[in-house]
Structures are given as C-alpha cells and as structure tokens.
Design a protein around this ligand. Structure first.
Ligand code: NAD
Length: 517
C-alpha cells in the first residue's frame, strides 16, 4: 500500500493511540526512475480509519530529495517531449491494461488506507482508469489549427506544445482517481511530472514503459520542520504548472503563491453541493439518489450532496428520507454489504461532531443522529452514522462550512426561484442537482444555476474525461476551466454502490427526456 495523504494521518510522534503492524512498510519516493527510501527520519503514520492500525509510513522528504525529483523531471523533458506522440500513447495503452490487471489489489489498498467500501474503492480506481483511456487518444486531442493564405502567400498554424515540468498536489479522498486525473494527461502531452503524494500506480506506470524521470514522486507535507514541500513546489522555477485538488485554505494559498511566481495553476477546491427537490419528481428514485449522494463514501466526496432544498409539498418526503438513511449499513469498508465506512481520521470525526453540535445549538432539528454509533468488531474506528439536520438557515456554521462527512442538511423553499437563489448565494459552486419531471423547470435550473457540474435527476453529475471537471466560485481557481457549465442530464452513470440498488432511475430519465420534446 503506498497511498500518502498527510491530512488524514499523523506524525509518528503523535500521542493518539494506534496499533502498529510490527514493521509497517515505509513508502519510498520515486526519483529518476528508481524507488528510493527517503533519508528523512521523520515519518507520517498512515492509519486504517476502521481499526487505527498503522498500515504504512510516509517519509517527510528532504529538500535534496525534492530538488533531485525536479531535476530528474527537467533532465527527462527534452527527450520525452520529442518522443513520438504515438509512442507516448502506447505507454498509456499499456498502463491502462496494468491498472485493469491490478484493479482489485489497488482497490483493497485504497480501502485499507482510506476506509471507503471496496465497491467505492473500485469506482475510485475505475474513474482514474477512464482518464488513462482518454489519454490514449492524445494525438487527436493535440491537433492544432491551420488556415491557409491568411495574407498573400502566408499560412498560419497553431501547435499545442508541452510546458515542461508540471506538478500535482493531491487530497486524501480519491487516492487513485485524483493522481490519475493529473499525470496521465500531462505526460502523454509530453510534459514530465512531480507528484505529491501518490499511491501504488507509479510502479505500474514504470512497468508500462514511462522512461526514467518522466514521473517522480516525493512525499511530504506543508506542516513540517524539515521542508514545506507544498511551498517548494510553488516556488521552484523549474516547475511550470501545478494541478491541485483539496480544501480552500490550501488551494487558495497554492494558487496565489504559485501564480505570483508566474506558474499556471489549476485549483479544484471545496464544495457545498445542493439538490433541489420539486414535488413533481419521482419519489422513489429521488429519495434513493439523495441517500446515495448524501451518505455514500461517508460524505467524503467533493461532489457529495450535502444540502437538500425541498420545494413546496416535497417537504412531506423528509420522513421517508430519514427512514432510508437509517437503513444504511455502517461498517468497515472491507465488510460485505457496507454502505458507508469510517471518516478518515479522529480529527475529521471531531470536526464533524462539532459542526453538528453547532447546528443544533443555533436552532437546527436533529432528525437523525449518527454520532454515537458503535460498530461491533471495529469499536475504535472513526465511524459516524448517517446524520440529518433540518430547519437549516443560511447563517448557520454547519451550512457555511463544508462538513465533508455523512451529514445531510434539509432546507425548504416556496418556489424554484427561491431555491435557485439560495444556491447561488452560497460561496461554493462545485455541483448542483435538481429532481423533477418538468422539462421547463429543468431547463430553468440548468440555465440559472451557478455551479460547475449540473445534474438533472442525476445526484452526482461527474463528467467523464472527454469533458472537463470544472467548478464555479470558491470551488475553483485557475485559467484552465474550459467550460463554465457541464450538464449531465441523463446518461452519465456516477459510480455509486448505494445508487446501483436503484432500478428506476433510467426510466425516470427517459420520461424526462420524452416530456422535454
Ligand atoms: P487538504 O487541503 O487538507 O489537502 C490537500 C493537499 O494540500 C495535501 O497534499 C496537503 O498536504 C496540502 N495542504 C493541506 N493544507 C495545506 C495548507 N494549509 N497549505 C499548503 N498545503 C496544504 O484537503 P483534504 O482534506 O486532503 O481533501 C478534502 C478536500 O478536498 C475537501 O475540501 C474536498 O471538497 C476537496 N476536493 C475537491 C475536489 C474538486 O475537484 N473540487 C475533489 C476532491 C476533493
């Protein structure tokens, strides 16, 4: 297991109780084509959130190691950028084959270190695999433009060129998918890459035929006496562009610091995704979708639906939604039939508890309280059961903050206009969905809503890689957001194990499309 995410781990000097394998493996860096142990004596424990067992240790790399990784990427660049695009594509073709071969192993690693259910972990790997598949067609994607005779005897053409050394900084919640969002596209375009942090894929990438130095991995964190590796990435003159995914505090810091050094930055950040439920929606399919998108992956998805706005008579569905949420199975991700696993760390659990408490103190009604759940056999795990707060107002802390846990907030509105205006006033704009059978309402929502990913009867509208994954307002910063709105109105199937139980969804969507004509 080689997944590193300091946000969910703790330094080995921490006093929190945790049990340890006799010798948890130390995750090596990948520098210049070789896996090398860091010389650093300080490590971060990577803890299984269901058991508190230390499953591996991530080194806090030294400045020399970081510089060696950048220098290996810089050295590899001239040859790699001049390697034929068809050869670069073939490496990706091999890479996707290896990911498929090791899918189950990779998914198990994700579950052990991150806690999500095995099915969810397979989805995590599969979503990353789709990006690798996309990169296999890079020659077509890189086609330039040509206009002949723009002036007398002068033709003009534009060429897409690689930038040089690029870097990626990843969050904990999709340990396979997010690194795979970043480096496959970058390297197939001819760039070389430095990733912080990573998981086991790089080994496969080497086996697939990436030459030494094209992909490098250095582990570390921003809170570190030795080296603030995040700032080092922002400041290094040889790094030309940064892909970041994570929280707003980190994302805005990285965006401004790296932009000040003239780098391109693509910063995908936090979210507060809303769903509007109109009374004409299909009750069964909608409730199932809300439960899946609110509580799947224990709410630790940037596209999790965390707030439901019931319009008019739809508010009478609340009790049914609570019943469905109660029926979900909370257990370790490795146990069969688990619907949601633990949250990533004790600190995350405490933070979520605090936000729920502050909601209740400021007048919210606790319709379902999962805070005191005990999971037999996993008593020390960081579990929180599905939790629902009703009567939410926009000034409450639990509404303003991203909770990033299995907590669903209920609001009410008298009209679609009012519901849209609540969503548009929220600082985030990652995703938003509407549940309705009215084509007119769906179209109004699609046109007026301020969110990057828009779902119509789709709870988690995540676009496939041939569209861009975007985000509006505080959910995104950068200049590489190609589309302001990506609309997934019917056929995109978000991978969600809870949602899979629903058999009516496609029928509902067909109904919507027919009515729309
Ligand atoms: P995080 O911001 O804590 O960590 C992300 C990365 O940034 C890590 O590599 C970490 O080392 C570094 N980092 C953390 N704090 C930093 C700081 N103050 N200064 C500099 N670097 C710092 O995020 P996380 O908890 O790992 O992930 C959860 C967050 O990621 C949520 O907010 C979620 O919405 C967001 N997310 C967004 C998307 C998206 O596409 N918009 C996708 C997945 C996750």
């Amino acid at each position: 297991p080689q997944i590193c995410a300091p946000g969910r781990s703790h330094f080995s000097t921490a006093v929190e109780p945790s049990s340890s394998k006799s010798n948890p493996p130390r995750v090596p860096n990948l520098i210049g084509g070789r896996f090398v142990d860091s010389k650093s004596s300080t490590v971060i424990d990577v803890i299984n959130p269901a058991t508190q067992e230390v499953v591996s240790q991530v080194p806090l790399s030294t400045d020399e190691e970081f510089k060696a990784a950048v220098s290996a990427a810089k050295k590899a660049y001239p040859l790699w950028r001049n390697t034929p695009i068809t050869t670069r594509q073939r490496v990706m073709l091999k890479f996707q084959e290896l990911i498929r071969r090791d899918m189950d192993k990779l998914a198990l690693n994700v579950t052990t270190e991150q806690g999500k259910t095995l099915k969810d972990a397979q989805g995590d790997v599969f979503r990353g695999l789709e990006v690798v598949e996309h990169a296999c067609g890079m020659a077509t994607l890189q086609m330039g433009e040509y206009v002949s005779n723009v002036s007398h005897g002068i033709d003009t053409y534009s060429i897409r060129e690689p930038l040089g050394v690029c870097a990626g900084i990843c969050p904990f919640n999709f340990p396979a998918m997010i690194p795979l969002w970043m480096f496959p596209v970058a390297v197939t375009c001819g760039n070389t890459f430095v990733l912080k942090p990573s998981e086991k894929d790089p080994e496969l990438a080497l086996e697939a035929g990436l030459p030494e130095g094209v992909l490098n991995i250095v582990h570390g964190t921003h809170v570190c006496d030795h080296l603030d590796i995040v700032n080092s990435i922002c400041d290094d003159d040889d790094i030309k562009a940064i892909s970041f995914v994570g929280s707003n505090v980190a994302g805005m810091h990285i965006y401004s610091r790296a932009a000040a050094k003239g780098k391109r930055v693509q910063s995908n950040m936090g979210a507060k995704n809303h769903a509007i439920v109109l009374p004409d929606a299909n009750v069964d399919a909608t409730l199932n979708a809300l439960v899946a998108a609110g509580f799947g992956a224990a709410g630790q998805r940037c596209m999790a639906l965390s707030t439901v706005i019931f319009v008019g008579d739809a508010k009478s569905w609340k009790a049914k939604l609570v019943e469905r949420a109660k029926a979900l199975k909370v257990n370790a991700g490795t146990e069969p039939d688990t619907d949601l696993g633990p949250v990533i760390s004790k600190q995350a659990k405490e933070r979520i508890h605090k936000l729920v408490k502050s909601g209740v103190e400021s007048g919210a009604k606790l319709l379902l309280d999962g805070r005191n759940i005990v999971v037999p056999g996993y008593e020390s795990g960081n579990f929180i059961g599905p939790t629902i707060l009703s009567d939410i107002t926009t000034n409450m802390e639990c509404y303003k903050e991203e909770i990033f846990g299995p907590v669903l907030l209920f609001m009410e509105a008298d009209s679609l206009e009012e519901a849209i205006s609540i969503i548009n006033s929220n600082k985030y704009g990652n995703g938003a969905s509407i549940f309705t059978t009215s084509g007119v309402a769906a179209r109004k929502f699609q046109t007026e809503i301020e969110a990057g990913q828009v779902g119509i009867n789709v709870p988690i509208p995540v676009p496939l890689p041939f569209f861009s994954f975007t985000g509006n307002k505080a959910s995104f910063a950068g200049d590489l957001n190609f589309y302001d709105n990506v609309v997934c109105c019917s056929l995109v199937e978000p991978f969600d194990p809870i949602l899979e139980k629903n058999t009516q969804r496609i029928a509902l969507q067909t109904l919507y499309l027919k009515e729309d004509k």
